[in-house]
Structures are given as structure tokens and as C-alpha cells.
Design a protein around this ligand. Structure first.
Ligand SMILES: Nc1ncnc2c1ncn2[C@@H]1O[C@H](COP(=O)(O)OP(=O)(O)OP(=O)(O)O)[C@@H](O)[C@H]1O
Ligand SMILES: [Mg+2]
Length: 339
């Protein structure tokens, strides 16, 4: 059995539809009209113990909803889920002691209290023995370098410091499964990097299972080998990070640096130019056209340097999301499949 298993999981929200105009509004007081939002539909997913999986998708894709279902915060409309053998929405105490949810957009610590107080509360709730609590707290505050801030009210902390405290609170009871919903949102690159490093270290050390959502590709590249892409409530891709490049990016970027005195005129006869900044010119061509471009340019010009690269992951993902949105409009199902 996998540590996380979702089968045909669905969550439909009923959203109250306000009608335009006074007459319609008044009518609405008596007979409310609802619209269904299929936030998660027929999601099937298996995660093995010790995996660090990225959960990607455009805004409104259903990522947070899925994590809420897995944490038992909300009930599904249909379908099943098991985490460590528990059905999350049964909210078994034994389950609660073995997982944690961290939401970057939501404060889970007491705002006016020092983090230390919130941590003690957690100790109490999770019945963590005093010696183990102290040891874990020491370790975590050390690793994240926030020991000196333990007694300061949380509202006085910076966003990055607060996020670190949120993580500590979530890890005090040593969960086996961790759900992270945009843990680096709004952080500067340094704080973002610190949190990445910490998560990487902690996950490797403890072999815990993590499901992470983030809009920062940097997080994903640093942490996750497996990527699940969700859009409009359904899974569109499940595979490796490099697989995304292979599968969705047919283009390569080829950059030439020309020797001094070479003419930059009419270079577009070789391939479409992406960027021209003398002495460099960059082309974007289908993978299969790279050899032809290389030999053509090398024959015609004195070249000092060449690089061939994939377009940045961010760009590929952005294209992918746009395609998904387009296909959603055309409503052709299963356009991508998975692997
Ligand atoms: N409590 C709610 N009531 C009604 N609709 C909701 C509720 N929560 C989410 N939705 C809708 O469900 C869909 C999925 O939302 P969800 O928050 O899961 O997206 P997400 O992938 O986390 O997006 P983001 O990247 O913006 O955080 C959206 O269309 C959203 O408007
Ligand atoms: Mg979300």
C-alpha cells in the first residue's frame, strides 16, 4: 500500500450565484441559485513513503483543495483517499499525530503570542513528552536559526521568520507526512533559499513524505524529483521534472557569439531570431533543426562560442498552463494523459 492514495477524489463547491439587478436580487432572497465549482475531479494519485512530490498548477487548479481534503479540513463530494491507511476526513486522533499541514497564506500560530507559547500549546495538544519536545525544538530552531526570536510575539516577526516558526510548529510532533501549501510565498530569495535548504535536509534526514505546492519553479527544481501537474481539478501530468522538458518543450535555444567584425545582417535566414545583442545572437528552433542551424552558422560565420539549452522551466510550465486553459475551453478531455 502506498502512503498516500487518492482514488477518483472529487470536491464540488456550491457557490451562491448573485443575480444582476434589483428584481433578480430580491428573487434571490427567496430562491437562491447555486453554481457548482468542480475544484477537484476524479483525482487518482499514489505517493510512496519518502517521496518529495511537487504539486503544480495555475491559480484555482485545485491544489489547496486537495491538500485540505488530505488533511481532513474538508469532506470530499465523492471518491476516496487514504493517508498512512487513515481516511483523512474521519479526523482520527491517531492520524492527526502523524501528519502536518503548513499554509504559507495562512497564519496558524497565535499572532500576539511568542512562538514559544504556541509551540508549548502544540506540545500539549500532541502530547509530546517534555524531553522529546525540548530536543526537537532545539534542533529545529538551530537549523532554521530562529532561537533568539522564540520569545518575541509572532506579529513582530518578518514574513520569513514567521514562516520558519510555522514550519517548526508543524514539525514538533515529527509527522511522517507533511503537506506544504506555498511555504515560500512572498519570501525574498535568501529566505526562500533558506527554507528550501532546510526542507531538503530535513526530508533526507527523516525520510518523511512531502507534498509541496509552489508557484516558484526554483522550489521545485531544488526539492522535487516527481512533479504532478493539476489544472481545472484534474491531473494533467505525473512524472519527472526532466520529463516535462522532454515532453512539452520541443524547442532549443541556440546562442552564438560571433568573432569581431562579423556581420549581423540577415541572420534570420538561418532560423527565427529570439534575441540579438551583439556580439551574441540567439535562435529558437525545434530540436531536430539544431544540427542544421549549427552547421549553417559555422560555415557562414566565424563563431567564438556556442551554447544549446532548453528554454527555462518557468516558460514551459507557463505555456503548458495556457494550453490547458485553452483546451479547457475547447473541453477536449484527456488531452495530455500522464505516465
Ligand atoms: N471554500 C470555497 N468555496 C467555493 N469555492 C471554492 C472554495 N475554495 C476553493 N474554491 C474554488 O475551487 C477552485 C480550486 O481552488 P484551490 O484553492 O484549490 O486552487 P489552487 O490550485 O490552490 O489555486 P492557487 O494556486 O491560486 O492557490 C477554485 O475555482 C476556487 O475558486
Ligand atoms: Mg492554493
Amino acid at each position: 500500500m502506498s502512503i498516500i492514495e487518492l482514488s477518483d477524489l472529487c470536491k464540488t463547491y456550491k457557490v451562491y450565484q448573485k443575480k444582476e439587478g434589483l428584481r433578480q436580487s430580491v428573487a434571490g432572497l427567496f430562491r437562491r441559485e447555486y453554481r457548482d465549482v468542480n475544484a477537484v475531479r476524479d483525482v487518482n494519485l499514489k505517493v510512496e513513503e519518502g517521496e518529495f512530490v511537487a504539486f503544480l498548477g495555475p491559480n484555482g487548479a485545485g491544489k489547496t483543495t486537495t491538500l485540505k481534503l488530505l488533511s481532513g479540513v474538508i469532506n470530499p463530494t465523492s471518491g476516496e483517499a487514504k493517508v498512512m491507511g487513515f481516511i483523512p476526513w474521519k479526523r482520527d486522533n491517531e492520524y492527526r499525530r502523524q501528519f502536518a499541514l503548513v499554509m504559507g497564506q495562512k497564519n496558524q500560530l497565535w499572532w500576539d503570542l511568542p512562538a514559544q507559547e504556541s509551540f508549548r500549546l502544540h506540545q500539549h495538544i500532541y502530547q509530546i513528552p517534555a524531553s522529546q519536545f525540548q530536543k526537537t525544538q532545539d534542533e529545529l530552531t538551530e537549523l532554521l536559526d530562529v532561537k533568539r526570536l522564540l520569545n518575541q510575539p509572532v506579529r513582530e516577526l518578518s514574513l520569513g521568520e514567521r514562516m520558519k516558526m510555522e514550519l517548526i510548529a508543524a514539525l514538533l510532533h515529527s509527522p511522517r507526512v507533511l503537506f506544504l501549501d506555498e511555504p515560500t510565498i512572498g519570501l525574498d530569495v535568501v529566505a526562500q533559499h533558506n527554507i528550501q535548504q532546510f526542507l531538503k535536509f530535513y526530508q533526507q534526514e527523516r525520510k518523511i513524505t512531502i507534498l509541496l505546492t509552489s508557484h516558484y519553479m526554483q522550489d521545485i527544481e531544488a526539492l522535487c524529483e516527481r512533479v504532478v501537474i493539476i489544472a481545472a481539478g484534474t491531473i494533467q501530468y505525473d512524472g519527472s521534472l526532466s520529463g516535462i522538458l522532454n515532453r512539452f518543450s520541443n524547442n532549443k535555444r541556440v546562442t552564438f557569439q560571433l568573432a569581431e567584425g562579423q556581420s549581423f545582417e540577415a541572420l534570420d535566414r538561418f532560423a527565427p531570431i529570439e534575441e540579438l545583442q551583439e556580439p551574441k545572437v540567439q535562435f529558437r528552433v525545434p530540436r531536430s533543426d539544431v544540427p542544421k542551424l549549427l552547421s549553417g552558422m559555422l560555415d557562414a560565420k566565424r563563431v567564438v562560442d556556442v551554447t544549446v539549452e532548453d528554454p527555462p522551466l518557468e516558460e514551459i510550465i507557463a505555456e503548458l498552463f495556457t494550453q490547458v486553459a485553452q483546451n479547457q475551453k475547447d473541453s477536449s478531455p484527456e488531452w495530455l494523459g500522464g505516465n
